[in-house]
Design a protein around this ligand. Structure first.
Ligand SMILES: Cc1cc2nc3c(=O)[nH]c(=O)nc-3n(C[C@H](O)[C@H](O)[C@H](O)COP(=O)(O)OP(=O)(O)OC[C@H]3O[C@@H](n4cnc5c(N)ncnc54)[C@H](O)[C@@H]3O)c2cc1C
Length: 405
């Protein structure tokens, strides 16, 4: 067992870190205040080779491993702890990879190079108004009309729709739709790459409005009404009624990289906290000298070390599975991804709340910026890509057995 990174991985992290420090870190508050539009940030990320990193070089990708993608997202989250930038990158790590793995050549050749260049965004259209956790109960329909698939239904809390509309090519969402009967549950689900804007032209058949988020303002999330959105056959991913497993693959990968984003944000929080507790003098001593503070720091530091290893291992398990190592199954990828997200997101939230206490009243004001990180991280605490109980459900089912849980 080797806990060090390979020389190739070290070089890769150093180059991402240098980009993140120079380009993203000085302007992360501008991103959160929507003064630097995410589409412009995306162009920079594309130039730096950070979009669709895990894609084949055939599409312009870097053929990066998931471990490298996790390391990159961790550094981007350290530079932008509001999480808009790392979330953009993590979504473009997970979902375009799913398109590459399950899509038709024609669709991949058209869309994936645009993603890599930062000219298109591919998001996930999963959650419906009646809930996001029970994917097998989704009701958005795909029906064949006049040679095209037409999508009808409601998708809620979809990240990136405004971005798609603002980017030069556009892009779309991996849409989870029902093509079988509702009672068929997961056996009646098909996924499509549903393009909302293609080659610069907005597709008819949908309306959209953004929610007013409490945080992570740089990357919007909205409500999508599909009213006959047309999708060509070539944009189906996998086979008819075979979409459930494909969607789950995407969630596994996204959760692993969300873990990495949470680790980057936690590192940023603890570094800010460390600087502060050493220099803030109260009752004649730096507050770091009070054990109620130094022990809490030690506890968070130790948990960070553990969660970070869980994230790197989840990425490594995904790399093993996707490189064809038969010692690993998709269940291993799912369990490791759920574990990575479960450990790291709750840690990031607790670290933010604790560091805010160390800053005292100062943390209540935007200038301190600690709360910006907390509000970004909360998106993953309350739901996005699987609420905490759903992560526990996945771990319990895979380890204890579906017959019990
Ligand atoms: C900022 C943000 C961005 C998002 N981006 C996207 C996106 O791009 N695309 C997308 O499709 N969705 C997105 N989402 C939605 C997200 O995926 C959902 O919030 C998530 O799947 C949970 O669904 P829900 O909020 O409807 O909660 P529900 O499914 O209604 O669940 C509510 C609560 O019940 C609990 N629960 C549910 N079932 C069980 C059970 N069996 N046992 C115990 N507890 C249970 C859950 O853990 C949760 O706490 C985003 C959400 C946020 C906040």
């Amino acid at each position: 067992m080797d806990f060090g990174l390979s020389s190739e991985d070290k070089l890769f992290v150093e180059s991402v870190k240098s980009f993140a420090e120079k380009v993203i870190a000085p302007r992360w508050v501008e991103i959160d205040e929507r003064k630097w539009p995410i589409e412009e940030v995306a162009a920079k990320l594309g130039e730096a080779g950070l979009l669709g990193m895990t894609l084949s070089s055939k599409y312009g990708g870097q053929e990066a491993t998931f471990l490298q993608a996790a390391l990159a997202v961790e550094e981007l989250a350290y530079a932008d702890p509001s999480l808009a930038t790392p979330v953009y990158v993590l979504l473009e790590t997970a979902w375009p990879y799913i398109v590459q793995r399950h899509g038709r050549d024609e669709a991949k050749e058209e869309v994936l190079p645009e993603v890599v260049a930062g000219r298109a965004f591919v998001g996930i259209g999963s959650t419906e108004p009646q809930g996001g956790s029970d994917v097998a109960s989704f009701q958005t329909k795909a029906v064949k009309e006049g040679g095209l698939w037409k999508l009808y239904g409601e998708k809620n809390m979809v990240t990136g729709v405004s971005t798609i509309l603002n980017l030069p090519y556009g892009g779309g969402v991996v849409a989870i739709t029902r093509t079988g009967r509702l009672e068929d549950r997961h056996k009646g689900i098909t996924v499509f790459l549903a393009l909302l804007k293609r080659r610069g032209r907005v597709t008819p058949g949908f309306t959209h409005r953004d929610w007013d988020e409490i945080g992570r303002h740089g990357l919007s999330t909205g409500y999508l009404t599909l009213d006959g959105l047309p999708v060509e056959d070539v944009f189906m991913l996998g086979e008819l009624n075979g979409g459930f497993k494909i969607a789950m693959e995407g969630f596994n990968l996204a959760r692993t990289i969300i873990g990495a984003a949470s680790i980057g944000a936690t590192r940023w929080l603890l570094d800010r906290g460390l600087e502060w507790i050493k220099q803030r003098v109260v009752f004649g001593k730096p507050i770091a000298s009070y054990q109620s503070i130094s022990f809490k720091f030690a506890e968070l530091y130790a948990r960070l070390e553990a969660a970070r290893l869980a994230v790197y291992r989840a990425a490594w398990v995904a790399d093993r599975f996707y490189s064809g190592d038969t010692a690993f199954t998709i269940h291993d990828v799912a369990t490791a991804g759920a574990t990575a997200k479960y450990l790291s997101v709750s840690l990031a939230v607790e670290a933010a709340l604790e560091v805010m206490k160390w800053f005292g009243g100062a943390s209540y004001f935007k200038e301190t910026n600690i709360a910006r990180a907390l509000l970004g991280i909360l998106s993953y605490y309350v739901g996005a890509e699987g609420a905490e109980n759903i992560l526990k459900l996945i771990i319990a089912r895979n380890i204890i057995g579906r017959e019990f849980v």
